[in-house]
Ligand binder design. Structure first.
Ligand code: OGA
Ligand code: MN
Length: 299
């Protein structure tokens, strides 16, 4: 197995595993150890694996968070259990720029932690590059432990015990969803409270914000959003960012507790970009963060 660093601050790539094989305990332990140290890990060369093998590998690290957007019996391009993070419809054609899917993708272009609006304890996302565009469309990351270390002491003191409310509707509004669409999202995804400072397993403190955060307990709405925006702007500094240039067959894993990520623009109407994502929680039953199919709210 060959491990290399991806960025001076964090991130690693691992070459050698073949995820079409049942992962053995040595590989599972290695991935856990690399994730704890680097928070982002790219396993290269998995262009040959199936959706089921992707899901099997994910389940080695925790129970799946199921995508609630579809019913299990609905026609899809991919195995049930995977999130469709592509710009493609069920027939594999590029979707309309004005579609809800495209608006949701726009919402992904602000730094966020997947499923921070879920009351289940989100652990990792595993995004697989099935088709990648020939240019642009990087996925960018920051290590929130490092960002926390770099915060001014006054800000560390200010946020130490603060708790923020996270909602999927909040981030989709930032991406251009209408108030009506947001209201319908809120009905089926109530949101969750999250501390603004977390402690990682190694004992390092870590900032926790992102585009789903929209309110801070004990602050006015205006003060809360100003604080959240200030922290996201601080975290978004160029010097903190690792930009992942996709290669077909990458399996990119990130820790949603200690890293933020965002999509970046590419030629959305010209190039297919087929990314498929498995999410795992720390523990608990396999269930969705959504209580009804999203289709029900997207007319
Ligand atoms: C995601 C996500 C960004 C991208 O799948 O959770 O935010 O680059 N993706 O597609
Ligand atoms: Mn995401």
């Amino acid at each position: 197995m060959d491990v290399r660093r991806l960025h001076p601050i964090f991130g690693a790539e691992l070459s050698g595993p073949d995820l079409s094989q049942v992962p053995d305990q040595a590989l599972i332990d290695l991935v856990e150890r690399l994730m704890e140290e680097h928070v982002v890990l790219c396993i290269r060369g998995q262009g040959h694996i199936t959706d089921e093998e992707h899901l099997r590998f994910a389940r080695a690290f925790g129970p799946l968070e199921l995508p609630g957007m579809y019913r299990p019996d609905e026609p899809r391009r991919m195995a049930y259990g995977l999130y469709d993070a592509s710009n493609l419809d069920v027939n594999g054609e590029i979707v309309d720029r004005e579609s809800l899917r495209a608006k949701f993708a726009k919402g992904n272009e602000i730094f966020h932690a997947d499923s921070s609006f879920n009351d289940m304890p989100s652990k990792w996302s595993m995004l697989r590059g099935v088709i990648v565009p020939p240019e642009r469309g990087d996925t960018e990351f920051v290590d929130l432990r490092h960002v926390y270390d770099e915060l001014p002491q006054a800000m560390k003191n200010r946020i130490e015990t603060l708790v923020a409310e996270h909602s999927f509707a909040a981030s989709r509004i930032k991406g251009g969803a209408s108030p009506e669409e947001a209201a319908r999202i809120r009905e089926i995804m109530p949101g969750a409270m999250q501390p603004m400072v977390r402690i990682s397993p190694s004992g390092r403190k870590s900032l926790f914000v992102g585009s789903h955060a929209f309110r801070v307990e004990g602050l006015s709405d205006a003060e809360g959003t100003a604080l959240i925006d200030e922290l996201i702007a601080f975290a978004s500094q160029e010097k903190f960012i690792y930009a992942h240039k996709w290669r077909q067959g990458d399996l990119l894993i990130w820790d949603n507790r200690y890293a933020l990520h965002r999509g970046t623009a590419f030629d959305y109407v010209r190039y297919k970009r087929d990314l498929r994502r498995a999410n795992v929680n720390e523990y608990g039953e396999e269930r969705s963060a959504i209580t009804a199919p999203l289709r029900a709210i997207s007319n």
